[in-house]
Design a protein around this ligand. Structure first.
Ligand SMILES: O=C(O)c1cc(=O)[nH]c(=O)n1[C@@H]1O[C@H](COP(=O)(O)O)[C@@H](O)[C@H]1O
Length: 236
């Protein structure tokens, strides 16, 4: 288990991101840059965050033909981020191409951790079956994707806390189980479907948790972050 909860920096601009980070008074954070921030601001965001010594999960969820993902990952690897992801639904060949791109493009001998997103935590079993025409239970689909991700050379998966222990049993302790869909008890669920609180995430065996709105939209984001962190570390 990694100590810091990963904060999802889902903001539209660097100005808003900077204002948010300034609240933390130089504290070293693990942050996630997703589509909203990266697609509107580009690699500049990564450079700034690295200058501030934050660790970075670049969450672009690549999903395309193997050659395109290979080339994209080769370029992204040179940004020097700590972790990056693809969609497992792109297939074993695509995930392996992502891994090869990272191996080729990494700088200073440091390859980003590669994760495959299984079923989004905003997806319910009913929606998965109706939208994707997958007829097995959701946990089986997630487990299947985890095994395919392992076969392709990924370091782990993004899944919900609810599937983390089955993935540990199938793919081992060191295979990353990075879990968004984290909510505090009595908090807003928003568009998430498969949720758990930070304490459950620790007890069930997440490797890392990803938390966005429960922190970024809180009246006191720093207090919310420390509340999440304390629960995650088992201190409260
Ligand atoms: O890959 C991800 O990070 C991701 C996968 C997933 O299945 N579910 C999911 O919520 N995420 C991301 O995790 C963050 C969760 O944010 P909140 O719902 O605000 O806590 C968002 O930035 C999502 O893009």
């Amino acid at each position: 288990m990694e100590k810091e909860p990963i904060i999802a920096l889902d903001f539209p601009s660097w100005e808003q991101t900077e204002q948010f980070l300034a609240l933390f008074d130089q504290e070293q954070l693990y942050v996630k840059v997703g589509m909203e921030l990266y697609l509107q601001n580009g690699p500049f965001i990564i450079e700034r965050l690295k200058e501030m010594n934050h660790r970075i999960f670049l969450d672009l969820k690549l999903h395309d033909i193997p050659n395109t993902v290979h080339q994209a990952m080769k370029g992204l690897a040179s940004l020097g981020v700590d972790m990056i992801n693809v969609h497992a639904a792109g297939g074993v060949q695509m995930m392996a191409a992502a891994r090869a791109g990272l191996d080729e493009g990494s700088i200073n001998g440091k390859r980003p951790v590669l994760l495959a997103v299984t079923q989004l935590t905003s997806t319910s079993e009913e929606a998965m079956q109706a939208d994707q025409l997958i007829s097995v239970p959701l946990h089986k689909s997630v487990l299947h994707y985890a095994k395919k991700a392992e076969e392709a050379g990924c370091d782990g998966v993004v899944c919900s806390v609810l599937e983390a222990s089955a993935i540990r049993d199938a793919c081992g302790e060191s295979f990353y189980k990075v879990t968004p869909g984290i909510r505090l008890k009595d908090g807003n669920v928003d568009d998430q479907q498969r949720i758990a609180d930070p304490r459950e995430a620790r007890e069930i065996g997440s490797t890392m948790i990803v938390v966005g709105r429960p922190i970024t939209k809180a009246d006191d984001p720093v207090a919310a972050y420390h509340q999440v962190k304390a629960l995650w570390e088992g201190r409260s």
